[in-house]
Design a protein around this ligand. Structure first.
Ligand code: PBG
Length: 341
């Protein structure tokens, strides 16, 4: 009989019993725990939070059940709770009022904008909590794109110049990690140089290295107010084609060469193969973003009673660990941290 990939002696001829029974260690909780290969820890969590400039402490995000947009003061409070739960880092995402948006995204580089206020408030309240901010223009532009738009095209190098200013501004407010999420070419190197020249050699860069043009961002765009500005326009001239995998490795290689300390794959669940390839190829700190659409899918199904939301949440996050992620950006972070306690 030809060898078909299975051990030849599944049944030991001497005893008539299977030599190996993989069910044996699955019998008890203690032995399942003993043989578990991966585990999720609170140290793996990055919590993305939405902040707005108004006084209303909490405004529910309709497209993301259970997620709030916080005022700056309220954000400082919830950041303290997150830190008390052991969450290492929060990511601050601004909701920007329509009247502050323009074609250049000027508010992104305006002194003391809502991002700066939020970072300062959080760092004052909880100095030990890491704070991360996006470098991208989409919450600030009237057209909803991550970069400058001219005659229907996104201008790469001109956008990068603004991203450098945005990054330095956020670093001066106290931001610990700059996360370029714009997918312009060359932005990581330019931002690294800009930060270094401004005296922020200690500020880290986690690049959205392999960021795909994804349908799973829709609930986020509603939350930050870029859904209406972007409309049906596509980000496919700068975000990656979901068909590609080798290209993700090229993106990651460039970002590492340009000085990224950590790299991210986004979205998460449909791209676990990319997480695995990146981790195996480069061995650098690798993160995955379980994006808004992934969160809302689980929440919506749970609300209808179609699945056990808590179980699906934990299983989805363990999947990231199994794929090789060192950490996960997830809107479930606080819930998970409470469960892990
Ligand atoms: C902005 C940005 C987006 C997300 C994070 N930063 C949206 C986009 O690229 O359109 C999506 C996050 C999520 O869906 O949870 N560049």
């Amino acid at each position: 009989m030809p060898f078909n990939g299975r051990p030849k002696t599944l049944i030991a001829p001497s005893t008539g019993y299977p030599t190996t029974r993989l069910r044996r260690p699955r019998q008890a909780d203690w032995s399942r725990r003993l043989v578990a290969e991966n585990a999720l820890s609170v140290n793996d969590l990055i919590w993305p939070v939405f902040v707005h400039a108004g006084d209303e402490p909490r405004i529910p995000v309709e497209s993301m059940p259970g997620v709030m947009r916080y005022s700056v003061a309220e954000l400082a409070e919830v950041a303290r709770e997150a830190a008390d739960l052991g969450i290492p880092v929060i990511g601050v995402f601004p909701y920007v009022e329509g009247e502050l948006k323009d074609a250049q995204g000027s508010y992104a580089v305006a002194d003391n904008n809502v991002v700066c206020q939020a970072v300062e408030a959080v760092k004052n309240a909880v100095p030990t909590l890491g704070v991360m901010c996006d470098a991208a223009l989409d919450p600030f532009t009237s057209h909803g794109h991550d970069g400058l738009l001219e005659d229907g095209s996104i201008l790469n190098d001109e956008t990068v110049e603004i991203l450098v200013r945005q990054s330095v501004l956020q670093a001066s407010a106290g931001c610990d990690i700059i996360s370029p999420s714009d997918m312009m070419d060359g932005r990581v190197g330019a931002i690294r140089k800009g930060l270094d020249e401004a005296g922020f050699q200690g500020v880290l860069i986690m690049s959205y290295a392999a960021k795909y043009a994804s349908g799973f961002y829709a609930p986020f765009r509603a939350a930050v107010g870029s859904a209406s500005t972007l409309g049906s326009a596509s980000k496919s001239t700068y975000q990656m084609d979901p068909a590609n995998s080798d290209e993700a490795l090229r993106e990651v290689a460039l970002d590492i060469a340009e000085g990224a300390d950590m790299v991210m794959v986004k979205p998460g669940m449909p791209y676990l193969d990319i997480v695995r390839r990146v981790k195996d190829t480069f061995g650098v700190p690798t993160y995955a973003y379980q994006v808004s659409g992934e969160y809302s899918m689980i929440m919506a199904a749970a609300e209808r009673g179609w699945l056990d939301g808590e179980r699906a949440m934990m299983e989805s996050l363990l999947g990231f660990k199994r794929a090789g992620a060192d950490g996960i950006l997830t809107y479930f972070a606080v819930e998970v941290a409470k469960r892990l306690r």
